[in-house]
Design a protein around this ligand. Sequence first.
Ligand code: FAD
Ligand code: FES
Length: 246
Amino acid sequence: MKYFDSTVISQSRLTDDIYVLVAERNGADAHAGQFFMLKAWEHELTLMRPISIFKADEHTLHFMYRVVGQGTRKLSGLKAGDPISLLGALGTGYPLDQAAGRVALVGGGLGIPPLCQTAKELTAKGVLVDAYLGYRDDLFAMEEFEPHCANIFASTEVGEEGYRGYITDLLTPEKYDAVYTCGPEVMMRKVAALCAEQKTPCWCSMEHRMACGIGACLGCSIKTADGMKRVCKEGPVFPANILFQQ
Ligand SMILES: Cc1cc2nc3c(=O)[nH]c(=O)nc-3n(C[C@H](O)[C@H](O)[C@H](O)COP(=O)(O)OP(=O)(O)OC[C@H]3O[C@@H](n4cnc5c(N)ncnc54)[C@H](O)[C@@H]3O)c2cc1C
Ligand code: FES
């Protein structure tokens, strides 16, 4: 983990409010399910903002984010050549060292981007990956999963494409050695419950407002069956069985 000054390489707008920012990696570590704290302001905001690794190439880090407030609005205004401060990679990602056989990735909304780097790293280990991607309306980033996945299933709640309904309707955990999920808590609870019924190990990436991002302030602590845990340090990825009691 390191704090460093980086430079924006590109910024693209995917939908009305979803952007992809590419920054120089400067040799930082970056693994599936981890995140960086980002900052592109001096005075008006004090805290950095946590954004997951969407993709990590040899020299670049890609972040996909939705504009929801002041910080992400500032990020969306950055252009190629602008300075940006990064802290990371932070947190404990998906347990790729234990991964084998066939893994399902289940993402909802802005929980989808971190699963892209996860699919890439799993495939590099020889694991067979299926992606289940749940959208509210318009599809995004699906083509990024294609090189790394055997099958991709997509659903929309109100859109025209893919299965109409919830992505959890399509999931069959009994076909998998493990399921990794990221997205709204209500979706992850459902994924965890389906996995528990079939005794398929399930891992969830949790979100919490963060201040320091490095485990020092305890501001992101959550209650689990295994005691209090810091989302930024012990997480964001946790085994589902300590988060959600079935
Ligand atoms: C580990 C981690 C990884 C994340 N990865 C991504 C990602 O890849 N892409 C992405 O778009 N977002 C991601 N987020 C969420 C992102 O950090 C927040 O949307 C961002 O910090 C909001 O900052 P802001 O200044 O724009 O909004 P603020 O002005 O701070 O808040 C605007 C609104 O967003 C809500 N909000 C802010 N932070 C969070 C949060 N962490 N969880 C839920 N609601 C929040 C606030 O309650 C408020 O309603 C991640 C969060 C965490 C903890
Ligand atoms: S944000 Fe400070 S301990 Fe997690």
